[in-house]
Write a protein that binds this ligand. Structure first.
Ligand code: APR
Length: 236
């Protein structure tokens, strides 16, 4: 049986692709107060600003590329059934080639109907801008497909389930301060090896192997550490 490898990634995963992290920016996200552009209240107060903000983020994202860390995680699929749970709204794991990516906080390249939230649309790369006037094909207004602060995190349940099933659990580039994503670590079964890659790691429970490195360096090291675990199963 191939082992199930579950990897939880945060903003630090994409830092080396030129996408700035949140905490490192001192509470600002690309010069905007986070609660103005990423909260339900902020969207209600000034939807024009929020639309403009995500238009800018999309423009930035199409010019960014997956880094060596994203690409190396794809390599792990050779040896493990690999599942990524990401707090990132970028699509860099998908563009690197990862086959299973669960987004906890939404997806920048998608919008959804404000009337029927199950109507989710991937934006056309040639038309990435939305405004308060944008309508879907049913005539309904759309909003960024982003989980704002103050909103529920619909994908947390499948994320918890995956975490419970993990034979190996890895955390990369997150300050572990935003809940419920930060709580995933509590659902890892006893005895399962846990690795945490971050150049400025948060405090984690004893027993977690901390690799105090950037994502690109750390994933290289991780592969060295994990390959023998797959080989024990005859999957090497
Ligand atoms: N490689 C790996 N980790 C890095 C790198 C790097 N090159 N550079 C910075 N980091 C680490 C930082 O040390 C920090 O621990 O990435 C982490 C980034 O933390 P946050 O900015 O808090 O990002 P994250 O934990 O993903 O934030 C969670 O906050 O604003 C919300 O919804 C947003 O998903 C986001 C959530």
């Amino acid at each position: 049986m191939r082992k199930k490898l579950v990897i939880s990634t945060g903003a630090g995963m994409s830092a080396e692709s030129g996408i700035s992290t949140f905490r490192d920016a001192g509470g600002l996200w690309e010069n905007y107060p986070v609660m103005d552009v990423a909260s339900a209240d902020g969207f209600e107060r000034n939807p024009e600003l929020v639309h403009r903000f995500y238009n800018e983020r999309r423009k930035q994202l199409i010019h960014a590329n997956p880094n060596a860390g994203h690409r190396a995680l794809v390599e792990l699929e050779k040896w493990f059934d690999t599942f990524i749970i990401t707090q990132n709204v970028d699509d860099l794991h998908e563009r690197a080639g990862s086959h299973y990516v669960l987004h906890l906080h939404g997806e920048l390249m998608k919008v959804r109907s404000m009337t029927r939230e199950d109507r989710v649309y991937t934006l056309d790369p040639d038309n990435l801008e939305t405004t308060t006037e944008t309508r879907d094909k049913f005539g309904d207004p759309v909003r960024p497909h982003i989980v704002f602060f103050q909103e529920a995190v619909p994908n947390i349940e499948p994320a918890i389930e995956l975490t419970r099933q993990a034979d190996i659990f890895v955390v990369i580039g997150t300050s572990l301060v935003v809940y419920p994503a930060a709580s995933l670590l509590h659902y890892v079964r006893r005895g399962v090896p846990v690795y945490y890659i971050d150049p400025v790691p948060a405090v984690v429970p004893p027993g977690v192997t901390v690799l105090k490195m950037t994502a690109t360096e750390g994933v290289g090291k991780l592969i060295e550490l994990l390959k023998p675990l797959a080989e024990q199963d005859g999957n090497g």
